[in-house]
Every structure is written in C-alpha cells, then in structure tokens.
Ligand binder design. Sequence first.
Ligand code: NAG
Ligand code: NAG
Ligand code: NAG
Ligand code: NAG
Ligand code: NAG
Ligand code: NAG
Ligand code: NAG
Ligand code: NAG
Ligand code: NAG
Ligand code: NAG
Ligand code: NAG
Length: 411
Amino acid sequence: MRFSFIEHKALHTCYCFVFLFLLSFSSSEAYDALDPNGNITIKWDVISWTADGYVAVVTINNFQQYRHISAPGWSLTWAWAGKEVIWNIKGAMTTEQGNCSRLFKGISLPHSCQKNPTLVDLLPNTPYNQKLPNCCKGGVLTSWTQDPTNSVASFQLTVGHSGTTNRTVQVPKNFTFHAPGSGYTCGPAKIVRPTMFISPDKRRVTQAIMTWNVTCTYSHFLAQKSTPTCCVSLSTFYNDTTVPCPTCSCACKHSNSTCVKTDTGKNPSVECSNHMCPISVHWHLNLNKKNYWRVNVTISNLNYRMNYSDWNMVIQHPNFINNLAQVFGLKYKLFTPLDDIHVAMVWGIKFYNNVLIEASNVEFEVLFRKDNNSSLSSLKKDWGFPQGIYFNGDRCVMPPPHAYPWLPNYA
Ligand SMILES: *[C@@H]1O[C@H](CO)[C@@H](O)[C@H](O)[C@H]1NC(C)=O
Ligand SMILES: *[C@@H]1O[C@H](CO)[C@@H](O)[C@H](O)[C@H]1NC(C)=O
Ligand SMILES: *[C@@H]1O[C@H](CO)[C@@H](O)[C@H](O)[C@H]1NC(C)=O
Ligand SMILES: *[C@@H]1O[C@H](CO)[C@@H](O)[C@H](O)[C@H]1NC(C)=O
Ligand SMILES: *[C@@H]1O[C@H](CO)[C@@H](O)[C@H](O)[C@H]1NC(C)=O
Ligand SMILES: *[C@@H]1O[C@H](CO)[C@@H](O)[C@H](O)[C@H]1NC(C)=O
Ligand SMILES: *[C@@H]1O[C@H](CO)[C@@H](O)[C@H](O)[C@H]1NC(C)=O
Ligand SMILES: *[C@@H]1O[C@H](CO)[C@@H](O)[C@H](O)[C@H]1NC(C)=O
Ligand SMILES: *[C@@H]1O[C@H](CO)[C@@H](O)[C@H](O)[C@H]1NC(C)=O
Ligand SMILES: *[C@@H]1O[C@H](CO)[C@@H](O)[C@H](O)[C@H]1NC(C)=O
Ligand SMILES: *[C@@H]1O[C@H](CO)[C@@H](O)[C@H](O)[C@H]1NC(C)=O
C-alpha cells in the first residue's frame, strides 16, 4: 500500500509538472507583450436565407497593432459541418472547385463542392461588377495602426445544402488563417449578437439574421521563423566606435555562402555582410543639443529582390512616454501596451517612403526632450539606446549590452 501511495503521488506530481510546463509553454508562445490583445477576427453575418441555405457576408479584420499581412496575402480554410456547397462567391474565390459530379448532373455547377474549401482574395484588377467593398487587395491587409480602412477584407458567400433557419444552420469548423510566414491559430466559431449595420447617412439601422465570430492569434513559436531577418548597429556622438550588427545575426557568411556583392538578377539576393540580414537598422545617437537628444535612424534593405510595402518598425525605449518630442520623416504612434513597456511604432508616409525599395534606405530622426537629469554626466551607458526593435513584427538582433559604445567617463 505504501509503495503504491508513493507511486501514485509521484505520478501526480509528474502530471502536475507536465501541466505546468504546457501552461507556461502555451502562454509564452501565444502572448505578445507588445500587443496583448492583437488578433484577427473573422465575422460571418448571415444576411438572408435562401431555398437551400443562406447568403453570408464574411469580414476579416486585422486587429493587430503592428503586424500586417503582406503579399502574396492571406488564405482561409475551414471544414463544413455538413454537406454544404458554395454556390457563388463575390470578392474572393476558392482555390479549387472540387468534385461536384456526385451532386449535380448537367445543371450549373457550384463554385466549390469541397469539404474543406480554401479561399483567397481577388486581385486589384478584378472587374468592377465582381467587387465588394474591402475586397480585391490580393490578400494584403495593413496593420490596424497604419491604416484601419485597409486592415479589413470582406467577401460574400451563397451557401447551399445547409440549414435554412437559425436553429438548423451549422457553423463551419476548424478555421485556419494562412499568411506568409504563417503562425496563426484560430479558435472555434462562436455565435454572437447579430451585427447592426448603419446606413452611410446614419438614418437607418439593419441587422444580420445571425452572426458568428472566429478569432485567430499569432504566435512566434508557430511561425517557426528559424532565423531572424533583421539586426541593429549602434553609434554615438561621444565615441567613434560603431558597434556593428552581431556577426551571424541572420546567417553566417561561409566560403560557399549564398550572398551577393551586387544584384545578379538571380537568387540569392541578400548582400554579403557579417550579419547576412536582409534588413539592418542603424541607430546613431546624435549631437547633444540644448533641449533635445537627436537620434538618426537608418533602415537599410539589403535584399536586391524585395520591396517591403507598408513596412513598419516598433521601437521599445523607456523614454518614449515622458521624453519623446517628435519623429521626423515618418508617421508614428506611442503605445504603452503594458505598464513597464513603452514603445513607438513608426511607418512610412504613403507615396513617399511607405515602400522600402530593394537595396535602398529610409532615414528618419527621433527627438527626445531632455529633462534636468539627462545631462551627459548623468547619462547611463544605455540611456540613448532602444531596448528592442522590431521590423514588420520580427525582433531584430541587438548588440549585447556590454558592447555598447562607452561614454567618455564610463568605468
Ligand atoms: C480582438 O481584438 C480587438 C481589438 O483589439 C479586441 O477588442 C477584441 O477583444 C479581441 N478579441 C479577442 C477574442 O481577444
Ligand atoms: C476538425 O479537426 C479535428 C482535429 O484535427 C478533427 O478531428 C475533426 O474531424 C475536424 N472536423 C471537421 C468537420 O473536419
Ligand atoms: C467524383 O465523385 C464521383 C461520385 O462520387 C466519383 O464517381 C468520381 O470518381 C469522382 N471523381 C474524382 C475525380 O474524384
Ligand atoms: C433564432 O431566431 C429566433 C427568432 O428570430 C430568435 O428568437 C432566436 O433567439 C434565434 N436563435 C439564435 C440561436 O440566434
Ligand atoms: C465579433 O467581431 C466583430 C468584429 O468583426 C466585433 O466588432 C464584435 O465585437 C465581435 N463580437 C464578439 C462577441 O466578440
Ligand atoms: C558548402 O558546400 C558543401 C558542398 O556543397 C556542403 O557539403 C557544405 O555543408 C557547405 N557548407 C556550409 C557551411 O554550408
Ligand atoms: C541626421 O539627420 C539630419 C537631418 O536628416 C542630417 O542633417 C544629419 O546630417 C544626420 N546626421 C548624421 C550623423 O547622419
Ligand atoms: C521594387 O520597386 C521598384 C520601384 O518601384 C521597382 O522598379 C522594382 O521592380 C520593384 N521590385 C520588386 C522585386 O518588386
Ligand atoms: C529643470 O530645472 C529648472 C530649474 O532648476 C526648472 O525650472 C524646470 O522646470 C526643470 N525641468 C524639468 C523638466 O524638470
Ligand atoms: C531627477 O532626479 C531626481 C533625483 O535623482 C529625481 O527625484 C527626479 O524625479 C528626476 N526627475 C526626472 C524628471 O526624471
Ligand atoms: C568607445 O566604446 C568602445 C566600446 O564599444 C570602447 O572600447 C572604447 O574605448 C570607447 N572609446 C572611448 C574614447 O571611450
């Protein structure tokens, strides 16, 4: 008895341990401290019933502060709960029609008979009569902060062979939201309060017959980005040393490495460097002006074959909230996602520098207001430097703190 009790207890402890491990694992992987509420919400509004199903308007909202969906865009897959087919779609299409011969002989075929349809957005050159508001952007969604109006996609589905009342209709299951780099997981569809639609002149309100929401969240862990894509170098006015991007930040340059000295028009396409990153960020703490610290930041695209459209950068710096005076040359917004995290998000100005063109730079300046304590003598070694930099949501590799440029009177 005694042995079995001990065994049992040991087993119990063991489960506990596994459970705690899973808990800490899942919470750290799915949680983004810079954007704790960020998500992509997929909303289905049933707007009418038909003889054999319903018409639904599906809206995809990118509610992530700084993560966008870049080209070649999103795709969305789900599993029908029953034998549903898609008669017709506006504003998107399925990638395959599937086998419709079982159900339909001779009459006009449905758009898709697949059990697990995959939908993609239409391209911008879609004829006007097949467009819907918010469709046809080639699957590209901006981050919510950068451009809320372009962070939305929508399409309209005519679904058949389904229930035709709110008691018989079955919500689709197993949603998967794919984006370049992937990394999203979606929860189950939840029936929510029907959406209210307000007419453009705000004089009439209509409502959906039935609405369900699906929430998808991003995780770095799932994205399986095996290597970083970005690194940071530092310099200051008070020390001639430039602290370079850490060697091998993104890859190592080998004798048979896959980098180029100039554009060869073929793959590979990343410029040869000690860090081998397609994006590098240089942070220069500039002259000590009377009332301000000035920082010049240069973002370099070292990829000869890639334009980063609607790029953004998130800078984590303890002085943003109290001391940031202005950012010149870009748009910016300050956040305090958590009490002890202060970040500024910067992004390009449309038609000016919102596209980081292949093998080129974007430069901008950040101005920090001085308080009475940030004289040079009271500057801490790392005062002028960011704690973290993220390019398009991916963390850039920073030099180790012990390598930061020394102050003249340091140590
Ligand atoms: C999704 O994000 C929006 C905007 O931040 C937020 O209001 C909503 O609560 C989030 N949904 C979930 C399920 O977290
Ligand atoms: C949804 O996925 C689960 C697990 O992958 C699977 O067991 C289930 O059969 C799927 N449901 C449908 C309707 O495909
Ligand atoms: C399509 O479905 C029919 C009926 O179930 C079947 O006979 C036929 O082999 C299927 N065709 C293909 C290409 O799978
Ligand atoms: C279905 O519709 C009826 C009548 O409009 C309504 O009372 C009921 O709450 C609806 N049920 C659901 C699940 O939406
Ligand atoms: C469903 O999603 C929409 C955004 O598409 C949101 O406004 C609404 O609050 C969500 N409903 C619930 C209950 O989360
Ligand atoms: C260099 O190329 C050789 C042959 O193609 C390969 O065996 C070796 O692993 C490569 N070295 C590195 C560091 O990639
Ligand atoms: C910093 O930026 C300003 C304005 O763009 C420019 O005049 C100055 O030369 C830059 N300084 C350095 C060190 O790059
Ligand atoms: C990047 O943009 C430039 C200027 O608009 C264009 O000439 C070039 O073809 C683009 N490159 C790619 C890979 O799209
Ligand atoms: C700095 O000190 C001066 C005088 O000592 C004072 O008037 C001013 O308000 C102080 N500024 C800040 C930001 O504390
Ligand atoms: C300046 O330093 C003093 C003493 O170290 C501190 O009490 C004060 O809050 C600081 N002021 C600012 C604006 O940080
Ligand atoms: C500048 O900083 C480097 C460390 O990055 C240090 O080795 C060097 O001595 C410093 N130079 C001066 C003049 O303080």
